[in-house]
Design a protein around this ligand. Structure first.
Ligand SMILES: [Ca+2]
Ligand SMILES: [Ca+2]
Length: 419
């Protein structure tokens, strides 16, 4: 077995301990193995009072002013004033609707109180803006290549359109053990719905193809997995795994899809950069026709574990102290005994494995907004709309080897895609 960290980059993170059987060849950095350090995570029910002082009070400077004057005579139109201007960083209430765990999805929606109690930088999220009013990934198909998927999960079961098991050639991709947890967590980030349960995904109407791979698959199996995703109609292929030894054959297959897939516009292939804090080297995420995704944290900075290199394209929240709330295998199996993994769970989900599906969901919205975008145009938009975070210099092209082209800014990307 080659050096495939099938447990897919962050399985070692999510397990919180290294009991993952033979699949796991890497270990969780020590600083992330501890229990969360904050004492009282905020929940809406626990009777917490408002913060004494609100460090974010400058955050929506015009919000009150914007809404108060609406008492103006409704009969007098003001044509020169545009309709309510939505702040670039949107209030979480209007985005979250009735999803009970959305308040802790700091990577998606800014919640003043939650941010305050968890000391989260006000720009740490992806800036969803008003995107959710307009786009939901409708008409877009995402393939996830990973360990297993709970296809019956209430957040997305109605949108799983095809499954394939590369290990045994069947269509059964259901988790077999409590360790087969990773794919369900990824799917939830991308595709959870507004169903008054749990979390909300980035692309709530996207269709899902799931292709199961295992540590005993061969190089030709990986190639076949991509071909399968293409045959089944994938517009985007999300990969939170890597080998550090991308073969020429796999590179050819990926390049071919990136060039000719999606009816010649190019399939968008996304890979997590990996969690070893090292140079990406010959990893799949470093293939130039692949979008390589690193992880940012609640401080709106790069995480120390995130791999780096000339081919790193973009950062997105992957978390370290604060994890990425998402779906878990339904019921007792998985990270938790219920259907979700909270941001502060002992087995919280974090890593570049969580960042890649965030970018995947964002691109699903881009392709809905403008289906004609070529693969190279999508890459260009994602790179050029990114926030230049971190106290570092970016080169003439806007790139830094540790930060890529910066951190995903969904609102800006959508604007750029629809101009
Ligand atoms: Ca939900
Ligand atoms: Ca569970």
């Amino acid at each position: 077995m080659r050096q495939l960290f099938l447990a897919l980059f962050t399985l070692f993170f999510l397990m919180g301990c290294s009991d993952g059987g033979g699949l796991i060849i890497d270990s969780t950095p020590d600083q992330y193995q501890e229990e969360p350090q904050y004492s009282e995570p905020y929940t809406p029910e626990n009777g917490d009072t408002e913060p004494q002082t609100d460090p974010l009070s400058d955050y929506y400077p015009q919000q009150d002013e914007t809404y108060t004057p609406v008492i103006e005579e409704p009969s007098v139109p003001s044509p020169q004033i545009s309709p309510v201007e939505i702040p670039p960083f949107r209030d979480f209430n209007s985005l979250c609707g009735y999803e009970p765990l959305c308040y802790q999805q700091w990577y998606l929606a800014k919640n003043d109180e939650f941010y305050y109690y968890n000391d989260i930088d006000k720009f740490a999220g992806i800036n969803a803006g008003d995107t959710y009013d307009k786009y939901s990934g409708s008409g877009v198909v995402v393939a996830i290549i990973d360990d297993a998927l709970d296809i019956y999960h209430s957040e997305f079961s109605d949108r799983v359109i095809a499954t394939y098991n590369m290990v045994d050639g069947s269509s059964d991709v259901m988790p077999q053990t409590r360790d087969d947890i990773h794919g369900t967590e990824i799917a939830g980030i991308i595709a959870s719905s507004f169903n008054k349960r749990g979390v909300v995904g980035i692309a709530t109407d996207v269709k899902i193809i799931f292709i199961k791979i295992g540590a005993y698959n061969s190089e030709s199996d990986y190639i076949e997995a991509f071909q399968k995703a293409d045959e089944l109609g994938a517009d985007i292929i999300c990969n939170s795994w890597g080998t550090y030894h991308a073969s020429d054959g796999l590179k050819d297959a990926i390049n071919n899809l990136a060039q000719n897939g999606r009816n010649g516009k190019g399939t968008i292939i996304i890979f997590a950069a990996g969690n070893d804090g090292k140079y990406m080297g010959n990893d799949e995420s470093a293939i130039p026709s692949v979008l390589g995704v690193g992880a940012s944290n609640k401080s709106n900075d790069r995480t120390s574990y995130s791999n780096f290199g000339d081919e790193l394209d973009i950062l997105a929240p992957g978390g370290d102290i604060a994890g990425i709330a998402t779906t878990d295998i339904s019921g007792s199996l998985g990270a938790t005994s219920n259907d979700y993994v909270p941001y502060d769970d002992y087995n919280k989900f974090l890593g570049t494995s969580a960042a890649a599906p965030i970018v995947t969901g964002a691109i699903a919205l881009l392709l809905e907004a403008n289906p004609n975008l070529s693969r190279t145009q999508v890459f260009s938009i994602i790179r050029n709309s990114a926030d230049k975070i971190g106290d570092v210099n970016y080169d003439y092209s806007g790139h830094n080897e540790y930060y890529g082209y910066g951190k995903l800014n969904l609102y800006n990307a959508i604007r750029m895609a629809t101009q």
